[in-house]
Design a protein around this ligand. Structure first.
Ligand code: G6P
Length: 568
């Protein structure tokens, strides 16, 4: 089957000339099969894949086809639809953004295109600012340089919901990638009056909103200059907005990691530009040894994730995504309490693979906590629900994978917002004589030690995907009742949306959409979760344990990891 498609592409006259050249040079059969055996999957996260020639790759044709499908969906469901488009610093991100704009204009869809790279969350904001019916961001977030992606957003600024994504997919599937894609040139698009470039006005509106999110405004006014920060945009789109906001708020002692300051889609100093990986902070930590900052921030290429490193006096400690989320949860709720603003309907939203300590802290402050599936779109959906029903005040949403959001003007994780709030929090603790690491230690002493860990097992290609499915299916069919010396008491199967008491067999429904995720809960409430990554060729296993001391919790998690590795 892939052979026919490959041969069609070989003789296709309208194939982009650069791609044509690339195609002719590929002789390896496996390589040909991998590029043509399927269409790059369009899921709720949009498209993501390696760049290059083929139906299973990110290129102007696959981007064009998906955009044509989106245009058909929009023209069916909205009157005179409009779309906001943004892109990050990846190679070809600007080219794909322009292609999307040209296809939309050819379909009479109005386009607001950012004049230069911007963080993903700024596009989420801009969608409602321009009153668009959808948004597109060209980015593969934190993936290595050969990847790119195409994220689609709805009119509320949140990632497309499952229903809208499925409807769009139906339109996409009806199209021939070469014959059915309408496209005009850039010049024609500009002349049509349907393409409008956006920039400064939207930026300013966004900056003003972010600055308003700070809680202890007086403290910031008086002391912001006392916090010493090192920041690295890791060659991405955070450079301007993060620095601009810190500056506006008075955080003037900010040093940038020069080697990683400018946008560069080759990510020369950080091949995996992901703040989850310690390597991205090597240069920052080197610099820190000379500059002695209080904190280091690093944001990924599309500036939706942030990593934090803390100067503990004798070392630089990299905090995990869970730890930063825990700190922010406690800080924001505590600050609201101090300001007399805390309400019982205040709410924190996190994902099912994120630290249980969140619940403990929410209980402590008497506020509500909501669990959703992995993916920030589910947090976005909940925020929308809160606003529509007035049921809760959204305070913070976060994922263990380094994504945070406060406020309701953005509906995806936002590392610009996070950097401002973390700076405020670090400043507050500094005035209390503590660094963030000590603040965290205080929380553990108060609520118990929670340790989380993650195991990512890479399994590339079609065979990898099949293998992951097989492992998870096996665990589902024959769930272990024991892991090492510990009894497993509950299996939560998010695929069938049921939770099973493994002793009594009692079933409890899970009130979340279906997703191929299994959570095994032990007697002492520790757990591990298995799920396929939705963005990378990996199977992910998450661990969470609690203990009375750090040592006890640490030992437990190590043991659990070993036991689970034996199992899979
Ligand atoms: O499916 P995974 O690879 O674990 O990735 C999960 C992550 O994917 C994207 O980055 C989403 O925007 C995040 O909200 C989500 O946490």
């Amino acid at each position: 089957m892939y052979k026919t498609t490959y041969e069609e592409w070989l003789v296709e006259e309208s194939l982009d000339s650069e791609l044509k050249k690339e195609l002719k040079e590929i002789i390896n059969e496996e390589e040909i099969s991998d590029r043509f055996y399927q269409n790059l999957a369009f899921g709720t996260g949009g498209l993501r894949g390696k760049m290059g020639v083929g139906t299973n790759r990110m290129n102007v044709h696959t981007v064009g086809k998906v955009t044509q499908g989106l245009a058909n969906y929009l023209n069916t469901n909205f009157k005179n639809p409009s779309v906001t488009i943004g892109y990050d610093s990846r190679n070809k991100s600007d080219v794909f953004a322009e292609m999307a704009a040209r296809v939309l204009v050819a379909n009479k869809v109005k386009v607001y295109l950012f004049e230069g790279l911007r963080p993903t969350p700024m596009v989420s904001f801009a969608i409602r600012y321009t009153k668009s019916d959808a948004g597109i961001v060209i980015t593969a977030s934190h993936n290595p340089k050969m990847y790119n992606g195409y994220k689609v957003y709805g009119p509320d600024g949140g990632q497309l919901t499952d229903n809208a994504a499925n409807e769009t997919l139906d339109y996409i599937n009806k199209l021939d990638i070469f014959k059915d894609v309408k496209v005009v040139s850039k010049e024609e698009a500009e002349k049509s009056g349907l393409l409008e470039y956006i920039g400064k006005e939207v930026d300013d509106a966004y900056y003003n909103k972010v600055a308003e999110l700070c809680v202890r405004k007086e403290l910031i006014k008086q002391k912001a200059k006392d916090l010493k920060i090192i920041y690295t945009p890791i060659h991405g789109s955070g450079n301007i907005p993060v620095r601009e906001l810190l500056k506006r708020l008075g955080f003037t002692d900010v040093t940038i990691v020069a080697e990683q300051e400018l946008p560069n889609g080759d990510f020369p100093t950080a091949p995996y530009p992901n703040p989850e990986i310690r390597q991205v902070f090597e240069l920052a930590i080197e610099l820190a040894k000379k500059q002695h900052p209080d904190v280091i921030f690093g944001t990924d290429p599309d500036c939706d994730r942030i990593g934090v490193v803390v100067n503990t006096g004798d070392d630089y400690k990299v905090l995990t995504g869970n730890q930063v989320g825990i700190l922010l949860t406690d800080y924001l709720l505590g600050a609201r309490k101090d300001e007399g603003k805390l309400e019982t309907k205040d709410a924190i939203i996190k994902t099912i693979v994120t630290s249980d300590m969140t619940q403990v802290i929410c209980d402590y402050y008497g506020v509500q906590m909501f669990d959703v599936l992995t993916g920030f779109k589910y947090i976005g959906e909940r925020i929308k629900e809160f606003l529509e029903t007035g049921s809760n005040n959204f305070v913070l949403g976060f994922e263990e994978s380094y994504g945070y959001l406060a406020g309701d003007f953005v509906r995806d994780k936002d590392a610009v917002i996070a950097s401002v709030l973390i700076a405020e929090m670090a400043l507050y603790y500094k005035t209390q004589g503590k660094n963030l690491f000590q603040a965290l230690e205080d929380l553990y002493k108060k609520h118990g030690y929670f340790v989380e860990d993650l195991l990512s097992i890479e399994m590339e290609g079609q065979s990898g995907q099949e293998k992951i499915k097989e492992i998870i299916d096996n665990l589902r069919k024959n769930p272990p009742k024991q892991i090492g010396d510990n009894k497993i008491v509950t299996l939560a199967d998010y695929g069938v949306r049921k939770s099973y008491d493994l002793e009594s067999g009692k079933e409890t429904p899970i009130n979340l959409p279906s997703s191929n995720v299994l959570k095994f809960i032990l007697e002492d409430k520790s757990w591990f979760v298995v799920r396929p990554s939705g963005t990378e060729p990996k199977m992910k296993v998450y661990f969470s344990v609690r203990g009375k001391t750090r040592e006890e919790a640490q030992n437990k998690v190590e043991q659990l990891k070993k036991d689970v590795q034996k199992l899979i």
